[in-house]
Design a protein around this ligand. Structure first.
Ligand SMILES: [Mg+2]
Length: 362
């Protein structure tokens, strides 16, 4: 078997309304890079990544310039070999983002192709542990009024979620606490709550925030500080006040290893699109398992549902606010807080390319 063709397209997907997180600021849209890899029998694997607006084209260009010729005529079944070939090829400008995003798009396409070729769903191909994955609504809402924040939470509950994440990082800690208090009172006691500070605080500010936030009994508080301040994470976790999640902004296996080695988190949270794809994510998940830590996910839930369904140490999957529901054949279902991994061969995501064509930017 060999790779006969590789196509890369970039789209800009509008969000239904502007949303805000502390580190990213206001977001009105996001970019979607789709990589299609065909073998000599015309089996097509589809890979994709999502990223902030105006950054998709640069990632697509890395694939076009550095990976297309490298991969053509190679056997697509040997994913570890091809992953390492890509890593080596771009190591000088790479060893992290944005090349990790580019490798991820290709890696997902290779896994999808393998699943389709073997007629196996991805979650089974990766080991298969439990079909139903616990999930939460990862709402992005820092710019919303308190009323709208609660309205959006109600919408998520109506969709079948039993756990909700809200954003922190407003101007003052007092405001954050008021919003947390309103949300906790709005939700019944059987609904779980997470919060995400998106790197809003220094270690000292986080320490003060933890003292106040402890009483809200959060499942976790995410990214209280900058993602690579491993000593900071170690210190904050040692306080034993609030469980910590992080990992979405780490882009190499080595960074993930450092976070875990520093005992920096209670929940390891890699994102396959930011750390090098399914191949890299599964290694992080295993590292977490060996260290007796649960693994969660960030972004691209249509893909992560398969990965978490293959992990014995899986905890919550995020249903991210960057939704591609309008551009795919079938969106994931949510029932009583769980989402089942699809049983179609590969990852099962089928894009509506005609609908997407209006949003194509490259
Ligand atoms: Mg986050």
């Amino acid at each position: 078997m060999f790779i006969s063709d590789i196509k890369i397209d970039t789209y800009n997907i509008p969000l239904p309304e502007p949303v805000e997180a502390y580190a990213a600021g206001i977001m009105k849209s996001f970019d979607l890079v789709i990589c299609r890899i065909t073998n000599d029998n015309d089996v097509e694997g589809i890979g994709y990544i999502t990223v902030h607006e105006n950054q998709g084209k640069a990632i697509a260009q890395i694939i076009k310039d550095s990976f297309v010729d490298l991969l053509k005529n190679k056997d697509p079944r040997y994913i570890e070999y091809l992953w390492n070939l890509m890593w080596k090829k771009v190591h000088y400008a790479g060893r992290g983002a944005p090349v990790s995003f580019a490798i991820a798009a290709v890696d997902v396409a290779l896994w999808d192709l393998k699943g389709k070729y073997l007629k196996e769903p991805l979650w089974s191909l990766l080991g298969g542990y439990q079909k139903n994955v616990l999930c939460y609504a990862g709402n992005i809402d820092l710019n919303f009024s308190k009323d709208k924040l609660l309205e959006e939470a109600t919408k998520s509950l109506d969709q079948g979620f039993r756990a909700i994440k809200m954003r922190l990082g407003r101007e003052t800690l007092k405001e954050d606490l008021e919003r947390l208090d309103a949300m906790r009172n709005h939700l019944s006691s059987d609904i779980s709550l997470m919060a995400d500070a998106n790197e809003a605080w220094t270690v000292n500010q986080a320490m003060k925030a933890f003292n106040e936030i402890e009483k809200f009994n959060l499942v976790w508080l995410e990214e209280p500080i900058k993602p690579d301040d491993f000593e900071g994470y170690k210190y904050l976790r040692s306080l034993g006040k609030v469980p910590i999640a992080a990992g979405e902004n780490l882009h190499t296996l080595a960074e993930m290893n450092l976070l875990i080695k520093h005992n920096g988190v209670d929940y390891v949270e890699p994102d396959l699109t930011t750390c090098g794809g399914i191949t890299a994510y599964m290694k992080v998940a295993k590292l977490a398992e060996i260290n007796n830590l649960p693994v969660v996910s960030h972004g691209v839930h249509e893909l992560h549902v398969h990965l978490l369904a293959a992990c014995p140490n899986a905890s919550y999957m995020e249903f991210h606010a960057w939704r591609i529901d309008n551009y795919i054949e079938e969106k994931l279902s949510i029932n009583n807080g769980y989402s089942p991994a699809p049983d179609k061969p590969g990852h099962g995501v089928v894009f509506d390319f005609e609908k997407l064509s209006k949003l194509k930017i490259d």
